[in-house]
Design a protein around this ligand. Sequence first.
Ligand code: ATP
Length: 577
Amino acid sequence: MLAFLKPYRLLVALKMVSTSLNAGNDIILVYFLNILVNAALSENFAGVQYAIIILFCSVLFGVGVNYLDTYSSGKFSAYVARDMKRTYSGAIDRLPLSYLETKHSADFSSRMSNSINAMEHFFNYELIAIFFHSFRITISIAVMFFINWQLTLFCIILLPIVALLTNKISQPLHQYSAKMQQSLAQTNKSTQDMISGIHLVKSYQLATLLFRKFKRRVHKMLAEALFMEKRKASIGSLSVFVQTAPFILFFMVGGYLVIQKQLALGGLVAFAMLLNYLLQGLGSLPKLIANLKVVEAIADDLLATIDVGLERVGGIKPAITTTVSAVQFEDVTFSYDGQTNILHSIHFQLAPLKKIALVGSSGSGKSTIFKLITAFYEHYSGNIKLFGHPLNEWDITYAREQIAVVSQDTFLYAGTIFHNLICGTAGVTLEAVVEAARSANIHDYIVSLPNGYDTIVGERGINLSGGQKQRIAIARAIIKNAPLILLDEATSALDTESEMLVQEALHRIMKDKTVLVIAHRLSTIKDADEVLVLERGIIVERGTHEQLLGREGAYKRLYEQQLFSHQTVTAIGDKGA
Ligand SMILES: Nc1ncnc2c1ncn2[C@@H]1O[C@H](COP(=O)(O)OP(=O)(O)OP(=O)(O)O)[C@@H](O)[C@H]1O
């Protein structure tokens, strides 16, 4: 947490100085009140005047210092919160896919808002308050000693007992706060699942089931929150005891000393105010320290979610040439879990401007090959080369810039169609976007919408059809204009017209490009320069479409199956028409 404060040390220093001045000013106020009372009692009017002027100046000074005090902490805590959010989201971007695939998105989103807000609140209102009270307690005790050491000793006899009790009672909060953060993340997960899967929820009437799960989680959270509140209430009661009990004893002993003329009345008044500061501090410090423990737990929990090996940074950024293979797999074997091999000794070479089609049954490892080329997983054996250089020597971001991926699952983020099309590519003009949309057969649809390219699409592009989303993805890849295209053709059944539009768009994007395609469409397979047939992670056959059809092997079986299902789909489509 302190590392985040470091860049704002000047503001923190300003806060400490203004806080110290504030605390010092409180003591000055008390000291001159003491002078005022004693001067009034001895009818020393010059003394009274002098004390009143000083008290007035002290109040004015307090106003200015208070402004600085509030502003400085408000400013640095807002900056710290911003930096934490940046660091956290930046770390999420660099977390390896192997880790992210095991997490729920709410694991991150709830921490990003709730945890960081709690920390911002702590930095703004509580961190320096710990310093303020400690500082004011110290000077109060010093001045109290100065006024009357016997009475001071008597007053602070309770301090160690209070400190011990406080520490004991605030211990379990740390552990319960971490638990609460986890429950909160679980509850957010339920809500997020329900909303992002709303189609499924409605069509399978999952609402009751999910709501029951949600209720259980909320109930658990309530129990944990109540427990925390009970603990906090105990600490609060202890604070009340700390603040009131010593006063009674103090006035008994102080009154006696005044009667015995060992203490002036002004001294007793000043003493009472200093004792009040002392008790205020002792009342607040346990809560503040308890909150420090809570925030420590929140910070631990926040950092634990990103405290895994991040993706490497740095590496080579070679110039892209068309004289070397775009992709080369040399004896690549890969396992997700380090136990079961998903790919076995994969060997192939994708020459510039050629097309390789990957075919194979579901789960045979086609998408895994894409994940390796995009450097999502790097713990494989063998060698993968991208444009002639070992992939594990590349700068990962730069490598990904050379690849346009068109996947089955087109994610559309909340924003305009235009922004979804450019998808972060810098310096793209509207003309270029329109041209890409035309090539991807989606332009006519976009301009038919009331707001055209400025139409807002939902969080997951909920208002576009599957075929339209695919064409948006194709247009994105055209705009990215990367030298290598990884294309995962969708298997979802599209209607005949949509299928035709998508196919046309695919053919256009594949022309004059180096493409590795997970192929489901017969036309794509026929046009490929080489077809690789995968079975359980092994390339069992390779060759052109004609060569493979000439063999009575796995490809012919797959092809016939696909031909049959294609004919059936077409026949159904024709009948429907
Ligand atoms: N993140 C993962 N962790 C562990 N196993 C995985 C992971 N992703 C995929 N697998 C497994 O790896 C195997 C290959 O999956 P992959 O997605 O590459 O197959 P595919 O040929 O692309 O299938 P499909 O055509 O259905 O998309 C499957 O057995 C799958 O269960």
